[in-house]
Design a protein around this ligand. Sequence first.
Ligand code: DAT
Ligand code: MG
Length: 140
Amino acid sequence: MALERTFSIIKPDATKRNLTGQIAAKFEEAGLRIVASKRIQLTLAQAQTFYGVHKDRPFFDELCEFMISEPIVVQVLEGENAIAKNREVMGATNPADAAEGTIRKEFALSIGENSVHGSDAPETAAEEIAFFFSGLELVG
Ligand code: DAT
Ligand code: MG
């Protein structure tokens, strides 16, 4: 399979606890290359747009408030099968269900404060990368 790119967020619970480097190391150990990275703080409107797919879910407001509560680190990860590989390294959404050695098992605090976001399909990866990065910022 050709190289693939996926979009990742190191979420507020993790940046607040100074876990950016430890989480980035997990990506690199899994063979994912960080080809773009920046620390930003989302506005409420940006968080609501990014998570628009969940707008009718009961946790939507809590999710958006959490995502703007501290800076985040947005990254583009590149590698063979990067989308699935990143989801594997992240672990299940609920840390109680996450496998040993995954980021969420090791670092997540709860189903909401679960340390990382990762794209779930090629279409969402392309959309999410384009939402946060210009072509000039992607250095393979
Ligand atoms: P994932 O982040 O694993 O792709 P998702 O897309 O279903 O999971 O949900 C997006 C985020 O919303 C998730 O990372 C945390 C939050 N979330 C999901 N289900 C939740 C719930 N039952 N209670 C609180 N927050 C939840
Ligand atoms: Mg998701």
